[in-house]
Design a protein around this ligand. Structure first.
Ligand SMILES: [Mn+2]
Length: 295
């Protein structure tokens, strides 16, 4: 960007915070600073003026992983030029933020023309009545729950401020839900998914349905198969493991496995965590089940 003549100003966030040995202390960044990169290095708002652009930029460096101090605390904006703020933290949208709190009221009262925020990975408009403010989010999806990531923002300052998200990320997130039953086995499940996702994508897969010994999904096998067809798969196994009466009858109570099954089923009746009982049943049965020729 510097090579293309673009002015660049940045702030350290809480994962790349400004501390001894931080990435901003490396020679690579020293070189970029010589070429015009501006890094805000104070743990309070400081001003960098770009006279050639006719703007003021205020930024606060993050020095602690967790802090209760707002990066906008002590902000006092010189209004002789349009001003942009660059801050890292959590806006109080729903609850009081736990870390680096940024209050909407402070954004509203800031006198800034635009507030560029970092910390949240999805693109999000958090503007107030008087002040435009956005999280641009990470330029690429990094986790399956970041459906709003993968964009940059083009912001134009004029009489009004316009913000246009531009998608640059290559990965998308697919949310899929399948019910495992006698008509859908693992191979068919993979075939279905293969038609929907490509190699760059994240997959957020939920499996449902009542399953027994013969059609309980083999999550490890599914994971291995999905590794070949998508970038990352998160699998939520919400299937319920149930033994049919005939399956149960085939494990008499005076065998180790039969005793185990009945104990776990008793536990499930009174347990506050029936999913745990299901997991225990599935795992225990697969381990204790007699090995037969066809297994
Ligand atoms: Mn952060």
């Amino acid at each position: 960007m510097l090579g293309a003549g673009v002015k660049v100003a940045l702030i350290p966030g809480n994962h790349d915070r400004l501390e001894t040995g931080s990435i901003f202390a490396t020679d690579a960044f020293a070189k970029l600073e010589e070429q015009g990169l501006h890094i805000f290095r104070e743990h309070k708002p400081t001003l960098k003026t770009f006279p050639e652009l006719g703007i003021n930029v205020y930024g606060t460096a993050t020095k602690d992983r967790v802090t209760k101090v707002s990066p906008l605390a002590e902000l006092s904006v010189d209004k002789s030029l349009p001003a942009i703020g660059v801050f890292h933290g959590s806006v109080d949208l729903m609850a009081k933020p736990e870390n680096s709190p940024i209050y909407k009221q402070n954004i509203e009262d800031s006198g800034l023309a635009y507030v560029a925020l970092g910390d949240w990975h999805s693109s999000l408009n958090v503007g107030t009545v008087k002040t435009k403010a956005w999280y641009c989010g990470s330029p690429e999806v990094l986790q399956a729950d970041q459906t709003g990531a993968g964009s940059i923002l083009k912001v134009e300052l004029g009489e009004t401020v316009s913000v246009e998200p531009i998608r640059i990320g290559h990965r998308s997130v697919h949310t899929e839900k399948y019910s495992i039953n006698s008509e859908l086995n693992t191979a068919e499940l993979i075939t279905h998914i293969n038609t929907k996702v490509n190699k760059h994508d994240f997959l957020d897969l939920t499996l449902e349905g009542n399953v027994g010994l013969d059609n309980a999904p083999d999550i490890d096998a599914i994971k291995t198969l999905l590794a070949d067809i998508c970038f990352y798969a998160k699998i939520s196994d919400k299937t319920e493991f149930q033994l049919s009466d005939s399956e149960l009858a085939s494990f008499p109570a005076d065998t180790i496995i039969g005793r185990y099954i009945r104990l776990v089923q008793e536990y499930k009746q009174t347990s506050s965590d029936p999913d745990l009982a299901d997991d225990a049943l599935r795992l225990g049965v697969s381990m204790l089940r007699p090995i037969t020729d066809d297994h």
